[in-house]
Design a protein around this ligand. Structure first.
Ligand code: ADP
Ligand code: MG
Length: 624
């Protein structure tokens, strides 16, 4: 928040989350990651061979073209052979044209290859994210995961688009140029090597400092972005607490840091080009002097012209190579982070019992839900859920549920009450098998939930989560989310059951109203009604309502109570409610405190016990 007075230059300041970690970060396992990338590129082997051939031809043409100056001058210009000169010029033009065509060709193919590869990478990453357990998302922020797509994959794309080809082409050009220079004039090449040594020293000196400054710039940018993200999300809270000035001040500090870091980084990277340019000219002048003297003595004017051409070209690739190496290294580092997510342990599903609808055989009524065991026998789904001595913690250090035992008989309404953080939501997470328990067993109709296929298990449970989430789409689409093949009538019936129908019909386009941004235009209560309608539409045998009506006013709640009762009829229902009046008619009420069940009974029994429930209930009654 705005009151966060983190020192702007302190390490690990705000913005670490979601901040681009790119820059010139080096990959940890260069070889392994390149290997994995290569496997992605492997599908384009044929195209990559064509690219390599084109790269080589393009380099040969570019470098070879300059060599033609030697015969051009010595054999045609100096003797005055105009016809020969014209022929030679045509040859030169053809060589350069071939080179240019090959450059264009390989660049185009690389764009094709890289866009396809990166699309595949994104798809695989997204697919893996769908398979990751919730535990993974607890440990990694949204910003961090977003940055795999917005930052890391983009650097890979950039490197494959350009840097990869450029690096090879520059290296080839550089090597070929030196070879040609040695062929033309070994003595003059020594002069060039002297200058080359100076150039390499400059590149590495400037390069290492500029890398440092760039990393600092990247970090400062991360801080600015993280701050903007946080402040935008908290805009309402900022206004409520009149924190605009403080927010502005915090931003100003980070912005200034970024500006300073950016200036330093850009100055250094700005020095590189002119410095290399000047050294290049110095090399040219030196070569002219020494070369001119040698040419006068040998009479090889054409050789000198070609050599001078090379000595002008040869410094260009050096800066480019060092830049491309950096881009490629940070792309490999990005790819490494992408592969890290892809290699994270997916949610395991060893369950083999599946949920089926009976076809009328085996003594079950047609259309009834049943569990199909591995031996093919059917067990009717009744909704009998039991916890036996369940102990669980999200992280090993902290046990959240201690030795919890409970049972819900088919068709019963079971309520959990208890203060915030007592572990109510956690229990529902475990029925769903979002997390694995440390000890104890959870059974569903007598079957250990670990033996039930997760898709089947979750299909059999309708959950109205405590945190509502609506997707971009129409109201009807959102209700239909739990059962895509539901008809319009069924969608409406579900909405009526949930008490959502009347407000939906008042929306501008009724059921076709498009919701976006998590249903931001609806009130919290309306969003909850839609969530209940969604669960009603899915028509599950077991229903879990986690504070589903917490934001709905008492009157509306009473109105939907009848619908809810209809929804609950014949189903096992777990209700978590902070308003105790809603759980009064539950068959059994479990009072949780710090992860243990401390009381159990129906409303009257618990009141008679005069324990925690009595306190909670009478405390609330006073508030009313
Ligand atoms: N994803 C999570 N990772 C780690 N701890 C969690 C997570 N979710 C909940 N907890 C912790 O578990 C305890 C019980 O939480 P929860 O079951 O959500 O309580 P409530 O009874 O309010 O629904 C709390 O101390 C909470 O901080
Ligand atoms: Mg909760």
């Amino acid at each position: 928040m705005a009151e966060n007075k983190a020192t702007p230059r302190g390490p690990g300041g705000p913005g670490g989350r979601g901040a681009p970690r790119g820059g010139f970060q080096k990959p940890r396992d260069l070889r392994g990651t390149v290997g994995k990338l290569m496997r992605y590129l492997g599908r384009y082997k044929a195209l990559l061979i064509v690219v390599t051939v084109m790269l080589v031809v393009s380099s040969l043409c570019t470098v070879g073209g300059s060599y033609l100056l030697k015969p051009l001058i010595n054999d045609y210009i100096l003797p005055g052979d105009f016809a020969g000169l014209a022929r030679m010029l045509v040859v030169m033009a053809a060589v350069y044209l071939t080179g240019a065509l090959c450059s264009y060709g390989y660049a185009r193919i690389m764009v094709h290859v890289s866009q396809n590869t990166v699309a595949q990478l994104r798809e695989d990453l997204f697919a893996r994210m769908q398979a990751l357990p919730l535990r993974y998302f607890d440990a990694h922020t949204h910003g961090e995961l977003m940055s795999r797509y917005t930052n890391d994959i983009e650097t890979v794309s950039e490197a494959l688009n350009n840097s990869f080809g450029s690096l090879i082409s520059c290296t080839l050009n550089f090597t070929l140029t030196i070879v040609m220079m040695l062929v033309l004039n070994p003595l003059l090449t020594l002069v060039t090597f002297g200058v080359l040594a100076v150039m390499l020293a400059v590149v590495s000196a400037i390069g290492s400092r500029s890398r440092r400054y760039f990393a600092a710039q990247q970090k400062a940018l991360g801080a600015v972005n993280g701050y903007i993200e946080e402040m935008t999300e908290g805009q309402k809270v900022i206004k409520v607490f009149n924190h605009e000035q403080a927010a502005m001040e915090g931003f100003r500090q980070r912005n200034e840091d970024y500006q300073r870091a950016g200036t330093r980084a850009q100055i250094f990277s700005g020095i590189m080009m002119p410095a290399m340019g000047n050294l290049g000219y110095m090399n040219y002048a030196l070569t002219c002097c020494v070369g001119g003297y040698l040419a006068i003595r040998s009479g090889d004017l054409g050789g000198l012209a070609a050599f001078l051409q090379y000595s002008r070209q040869f410094s260009q690739p050096i800066t480019q190579i060092s830049q491309q190496v950096n881009t490629i290294l940070s792309a490999v580092a990005g790819a490494e982070r992408v592969f890290e997510v892809m290699e994270a342990e997916p949610e395991v599903d060893e369950g083999q019992v599946t949920l089926v609808r009976s076809d009328g055989s085996g003594g079950l009524p047609q259309g009834a839900w049943a569990w199909r065991q591995t031996d093919g026998s059917l067990v009717p789904l009744r909704g009998d859920v039991r916890f036996e001595h369940v102990t669980f913690g999200y992280v090993p250090e902290k046990t959240v549920l201690h030795d919890v035992s409970l049972y819900a008989k088919p068709g019963q309404k079971i309520a959990f009450v208890g203060s915030t953080g007592a572990g109510k939501t956690t229990i529902t997470n475990l029925i769903n098998r979002f997390y694995e328990i440390q000890s104890g067993t959870i059974t569903y109709d007598g079957i250990d939930v670990r033996r039930i296929e997760k898709d089947s298990l979750r299909r059999s449970l309708g959950v109205v989560l405590q945190d509502t989430h609506l997707f971009t789409g129409t109201v009807a689409d959102n209700i239909r989310y739990g059962r895509p093949d539901a008809t319009d009538q069924e969608v409406r019936a579900a909405a009526r059951l949930a008490g959502a129908d009347s407000f939906i019909r008042r929306l501008p386009q009724g059921y076709d109203t498009v919701l976006s941004g998590d249903g931001g235009s609806l009130s919290q209560g309306e969003r909850q009604l839609l969530n209940i309608a969604r669960a009603a539409c899915a028509d599950p045998p077991v229903l879990i309502l986690d504070e589903a009506t917490s934001s709905i006013d008492t009157r509306t709640e009473q109105l939907i109570e009848r619908g809810m009762d209809a929804l609950m009829a014949g189903r096992t229902v777990f209700v978590i409610a902070h308003r105790l009046s809603t759980v009064r008619n539950a068959k059994a009420i479990l009072v949780l405190e710090q992860g243990t069940v401390i009381e159990r009974g129906d409303h009257e029994e618990l009141l008679a016990q005069k324990g925690r429930y009595y306190q909670l209930y009478t405390g609330q009654a006073e508030l009313d």
